[in-house]
Write a protein that binds this ligand. Structure first.
Ligand code: ME8
Length: 518
């Protein structure tokens, strides 16, 4: 069986997750469900990135120990993923003992190999904020965070020799054009970071202690990114007593990340893997951000949208649909309540919901719920409809294979629209009135066939809705497969339910705007 290993970033557990952070995970979950449907043996990893000064500070502000804080937050994350029906196989916490031990082994290995060396870190330091800044980050020569004086400081630190690997990385990019998607992210890395000269990376800190200690020099803690990135390996038992999963699933087939962490994943991560002599992931997919009209979602601005708010009123599938449909590859998406409701009412209720409802009631009305069998010879109209559908399903499949979920959903909705149009073209009610029974049978058959195809294709995106849809048109489990998706001969002895249930109920726009106001 072919395997498929997909990862999300591990999240900073500093506060509740908003719809932007949830997007990465919904996307990974959708890919995993799709690959499962295509017969892959899949493994999906997510988790929490629990070390570092930021977490220590947040915990202290709340009067908790860092451990108490991250325990609560990891639970919060798991509860959210359970609410969102995220099908991960492993949830990694960087405070897990197993992870900690392997990060230490990796650090010592790099040290022994000479890839990590001891030196001095020099920079402008803000004491109260415990942070280093570069000259250009300062605001009026002062700390950009608190506005206080900064001091030139020098401390002992360990560095990873990135320079040594720069050419090798460039060569790798060149020889593996599919490694980074979309391609412009690669160009950004080359032009902004590699060509100007890759700096060695400071991989330890001594200014706080909430982190993994360097075993041979425990006053240093390991830099949170070296700790965090290795999670993709430690989750599989790399370097541990049981590395069965590692042997089976590494290299990752797809690693999904947001644009803000591109540099860490497209430069440092491949270099760490090269230093470990490990194969690189097959693809790193970088997505853009969900923004608000007034910029970034931020607690202090008060414009944050939480997934729970959307799910409790519109359901999980509508929320997932919105997130996946709206995120283009080329730019950030702006969330607006108007847009959310419009997608809900027009795409989900009108286009998809009505198609299913109309069809179920026609099959009940004209054939007592029994789907007519196909005679195998399409008339002119049906032939064109079949040809369109076959091509469209191919296109949808290619688009999903390329992990382009928003364009894929657009194409799925073209198929839904075309199927709705087929009802208008064939006018079943007139066929019934004129007793053109053969034509009417063929029309009903084709409608149910297309709805079956749409239901199957939508399974990875909106699984509950798809299952409900497939149940309403009476499709047994064995026909809910991708294999016979492209054929027009799959339905025998099918009976739709007696009374269709609306998949989505139309909402009043004004009432919803009121609800969605922050
Ligand atoms: O970066 N729209 O964690 P994180 C879309 N711990 N995606 C968004 C977003 C938005 N508005 N805001 C955040 C970290 N994200 C590290 C990762 S991996 C070894 C360590 C995305 O909790 C962001 O781009 O800050 C990232 O992919 C994910 O949410 C987690 O961000």
């Amino acid at each position: 069986m072919k395997k498929f290993y997909v990862t999300t970033p591990i999240y900073y557990p500093s506060g509740k997750f908003h719809i932007g952070t949830a997007y990465t995970t919904v996307l990974a979950d959708t890919v995993k469900r799709y690959k499962q449907l295509r017969g892959y043996d899949t493994f999906m990893l997510t988790g929490t990135d629990e070390h570092g000064q930021k977490i220590q500070t947040v915990a202290e502000k709340q009067g908790k120990t860092p451990q108490e804080h991250v325990d609560e937050m990891a639970k919060m994350a798991k509860d959210l993923w359970s609410l969102m029906d995220i099908n991960y196989d492993f949830f990694l916490r960087t405070t897990d003992v197993k992870h900690v031990e392997i990060v230490q082994k990796i650090f010592e290995y790099f040290l022994q190999k000479g890839d990590i060396y001891k030196g001095h870190y020099e920079g402008l330091y803000c004491m109260p904020c415990e942070s280093y800044f570069t000259e250009s980050q300062l605001v009026d020569g002062k700390c950009p965070d608190c506005g206080r004086e900064v001091k030139l400081m020098k401390e002992e630190a360990y560095f990873f020799n990135m320079k040594k690997y720069a050419d090798k990385l460039l060569k790798y990019y060149e020889e593996h054009p599919d490694f980074i998607q979309p391609e412009y992210r690669k160009t950004e890395m080359i032009n902004n970071f590699i060509k100007p000269g890759l700096e060695d990376l400071c991989v330890t800190r001594t200014t706080f202690d909430w982190g993994i200690k360097v075993p041979s020099d425990p006053k240093h803690v390991i830099y949170v990114w070296l700790d965090a990135l290795t999670n993709y390996l430690t989750a599989l038992g790399y370097m541990s007593d049981d590395d069965t999963l590692f042997k089976k699933y590494w290299p990752a087939d797809l690693q999904i990340i947001g644009k803000d962490i591109a540099r860490f994943h497209l430069i440092y991560w491949p270099i760490f893997l090269m230093a470990l002599d490990l194969p690189l992931p097959k693809k790193i997919l970088v997505h853009n951000w969900i923004m608000m009209k007034d910029g970034k979602m931020s607690k202090s601005v008060g414009n944050v949208v939480y997934p729970e708010k959307l799910i409790s009123r519109y359901g999980l599938d509508a929320t997932r649909y919105y997130l996946l449909r709206e995120m283009p590859e080329s730019q950030d998406e702006i969330y607006t309540p108007e847009n959310f409701i419009s997608r809900y009412n027009s795409d989900l209720c009108n286009d998809l919901g009505n198609l299913v409802n109309r069809t179920v009631s026609m099959v009940n009305k004209y054939f007592e719920g029994k789907v007519p069998e196909y005679n195998g010879t399409p008339n002119e109209v049906d032939k064109e409809f079949e040809e369109y559908t076959e091509k469209q399903v191919d296109l949808i499949e290619k688009t999903i294979d390329n992990y382009e979920m928003s364009p894929a959903l657009q194409e799925i909705w073209s198929l839904i629209s075309r199927t709705n149009k087929y009802i208008d073209e064939t006018r079943p009610w007139e066929l019934a009135k004129n007793e053109e029974t053969e034509k009417l049978k063929s029309t009903m058959y084709h409608l149910i066939e297309n709805i079956r195809k749409i239901g199957i294709i939508l399974l990875p995106f909106m699984s509950e809705t798809s299952k409900n849809l497939l149940n309403q048109i009476g499709i047994p489990e064995e026909l809910q497969t991708w294999d016979n998706l492209k054929k027009y001969d799959g339905l025998k002895d099918i009976k739709v339910i007696e009374k269709g249930q609306p998949l989505f109920i139309r909402k009043n726009v004004e009432e919803e705007m009121e609800y969605l106001k922050n």
